[in-house]
Design a protein around this ligand. Structure first.
Ligand code: F3S
Length: 387
């Protein structure tokens, strides 16, 4: 990979040890993937924040880094609500380590907005055509597919390196040729909001790391797209999809897949909730204001009988403290900075009900819990004593 004179100096350590280590990561990555050069990024989203996922070794690695980020950088969800962790049942030792991780990132200049939906709170982080270095798979999918920005799915270290250098190797989804549709998905159904997670769960398994081009009966809204992309990134590893009529066409001979009501129904039935459900979690990816409003409406005048968590970004919870108060009047909890998958809070339960295709894919593998699926109405219904 070609380096400019300045980049070469950074690589050789002439500009400090922190930049040298960051450059080493970017150069190794660029060489592996055949990048020709580094390109500037508008922003970075750094995964590898929860102590549950990175452990002691990850914490030491971050603490050992020196330097300061040179582009806006935000964090992925941590393993707990950074202020209400006791209410989540998080133990002191975990909390101490988690706070240390966030503090270590903060010292590097990374903003502690711990969310997988940075685009919901900071639209300035990504605009159409921007190059980014984002980590979290659903955020990557949203940035590439809905915003029209360009990012690979970075690992935590490579994202942090990009933040320190302000650049990322030019390969993968930064290039036009990697952004050509590989599959055509015709959806033969009038989808409701809760169907997009299931659709993504099905399509991700089918296309793996392909680039699906959807043909819908009607245009999905932003929350639908958020749910769809997240699920495909979890059941497969889809980082880019198309949903617009004016999207690029798939080359002749691309695989065509038809998804019908029957396919959706089969998956729903396979994950139907039962009496084993002990906890219900909404907000994967993190809830938007509109989704919080919907939950608040559904909970009005009701009390929860089972644990009900709603996960969102702190900035959204603060902006809509009125909705949070309404939700919490029912006994449900709105947790920020974290989620049902990256937090160990769910470990004490046997079965979790979710309204997310991504959580459906990850709860059994990363949380070792059984998972059930339902719409947001069904989730709230079950939490408030329904069946
Ligand atoms: Fe976000 Fe956690 Fe889901 S990071 S996309 S809420 S698994």
């Amino acid at each position: 990979m070609h380096l400019s004179r300045e980049e070469e100096r950074a690589y050789q350590g002439e500009l400090g040890d922190g930049l040298r280590r960051a450059m080493e990561i970017l150069v190794v990555l660029g060489d592996i993937y055949g990048a020709d050069r580094l390109i500037p990024v508008r922003s970075v989203q750094v995964a590898g924040v929860s102590f549950k996922t990175i452990g002691e070794a990850g914490l030491e690695w971050i603490k050992d880094l020196r330097g300061r980020v040179v582009v806006p950088a935000v964090l992925n969800p941590a393993g707990m609500d950074l202020s209400r962790w006791r209410e989540m049942g998080i133990d002191e030792r975990f909390a101490e380590k988690q706070l240390e991780i966030v503090e270590a990132y903060r010292r590097l200049g990374v903003s502690p907005d711990c969310t997988c939906t940075p685009y919901q709170i900071r639209p300035d982080l990504a605009r159409r055509g921007d190059h980014l270095a984002w980590s979290e798979s659903s955020a990557v999918s949203f940035a590439n597919s809905v915003i029209g920005a360009r990012t690979n799915r970075e690992g935590g270290p490579s994202a942090l390196a990009a933040a320190l250098v302000g650049k990322t190797p030019r390969y993968g989804y930064h290039l036009e040729e990697k952004r050509i549709p590989t599959h055509v998905i015709t959806v033969d159904s009038d989808l409701k909001a809760s169907d997009y997670g299931i659709l993504g769960y099905i399509v991700g398994k089918e296309v793996g790391d392909g680039v699906p081009r959807f043909i819908f009966r009607k245009r999905p809204d932003v929350d639908d797209l958020k749910a769809l992309g997240a699920a495909m990134a979890a059941s497969g590893s889809v980082a880019l999809y198309y949903f617009d009529e004016d999207a690029p066409s798939a080359p002749k001979g691309s695989e065509e897949i038809l998804v019908s009501d029957k396919d959706l129904q089969e998956v729903r039935e396979g994950f139907a909730p039962d009496d084993e459900v002990e906890v219900i979690a909404i907000g994967c990816p993190h809830s938007s204001e509109r989704e919080l409003a919907e939950v608040a409406r559904l909970l009005e005048g009701k009390k929860v009988e089972r644990e009900l968590w709603i996960c969102t970004a702190r900035a959204i919870a603060e902006r809509r403290a009125d909705l949070v108060a309404k939700i919490e009047r029912s006994g449900a909890r709105v947790f920020c900075d974290t989620c049902m998958v990256v937090s160990p809070a769910g470990d004490r339960y046997r079965k979790m009900m979710v309204n997310s295709g991504k959580a459906l894919a990850y709860v059994p593998t990363l949380c070792k819990m059984k998972a059930a699926y339902g719409s947001v109405e069904e989730c709230v219904g079950r939490a408030t004593g329904g069946v």
